[in-house]
Design a protein around this ligand. Structure first.
Ligand SMILES: [Zn+2]
Ligand SMILES: [Zn+2]
Length: 247
């Protein structure tokens, strides 16, 4: 359900009254089952399937292959990604899909903090110490126009404030179109030149270690193209983290 946003500029009392009024007119409902009262109820939270980092592939985040999965080693022994490691919080399932769609397409922007919380929980502590900056896969122009906000930007900013990381807007979208209807090889072709590195405060001195966030990792082609652009611009090493893994 679309819920208008209360102004963040409102003074505390006025803000609380406005929130109360909004709650009466547009009551909070669970994104998974539409029950009233919370954004994600306990039952739907329990229906999410966490990926155990102990058994997951460290290179692509798949929930198996703890010493690098067969997908990652099957091609002449070369790992097909320019990012060095991937961590995905959950296997993609129906509840996870509702969470992502509720956030991105039904404008429930309060889920940004919830999704950031899941990512923060999934990220190894060593990654947070290692990273110089957290960035995100920017939405393409059509999606940005349609939704009116860049969904992963809000998640990355929330994660940075939750974990104390530096938030950097390093990537800008190039010309590639929507990836969702494309197969593996079509995705790779579609992504040639998909990202450029945006002008940032780091322009002359790129951060050495960057974590790139996205919502879902399917073939890894999008995150690979983004990582390639960052490495070409001077980043030493890129690791990626996503809310969900499809395989
Ligand atoms: Zn629910
Ligand atoms: Zn793998």
């Amino acid at each position: 359900m679309t819920r208008p946003h209360a102004s963040s500029q409102a003074p505390p009392l006025q803000g609380r009254l406005l929130d109360g009024l909004m709650e009466l007119v547009f009551p909070t409902r669970c994104v998974g089952c539409e029950s009233y009262g919370v954004l994600l109820c306990g039952t739907c939270r329990a229906a999410l399937q966490p990926i155990d980092p102990v058994t997951a592939c460290p290179r692509c985040g798949a929930p198996y292959g703890s010493l690098v999965c067969t997908e990652c080693t099957g091609r002449d022994g070369r790992v097909p990604f320019s990012f060095s490691a991937a961590r995905c919080a959950f296997s993609f399932n129906e509840t996870l899909a509702r969470l992502v769609v509720g956030y991105k397409d039904h404008d429930e922007r309060r889920l940004a903090a919830c999704i950031a919380g899941f990512l923060a929980e999934a990220l190894p502590g060593a990654w947070l110490e290692w990273a110089d900056a957290v960035t995100y896969i920017p939405a393409n122009r059509a999606a940005l126009r349609r939704r009116g906000f860049d969904h992963m930007r809000d998640v990355a900013a929330a994660l940075a404030s939750q974990t104390g990381q530096a938030f950097a807007e390093l990537l800008a979208k190039g010309s590639a179109g929507d990836q969702r209807a494309l197969g593996r090889s079509q995705r790779a072709a579609n992504l040639a030149g998909a990202f450029r590195v945006a002008a940032t405060p780091f322009a002359r001195d790129m951060p050495a270690h960057v974590i790139v966030l996205d919502d879902v990792l399917t073939t890894g082609a999008t995150l690979n193209a983004a990582s390639e652009a960052l490495v070409c611009a001077g980043v030493l090493e890129v690791r990626v983290a996503t809310l969900a893994r499809v395989w």
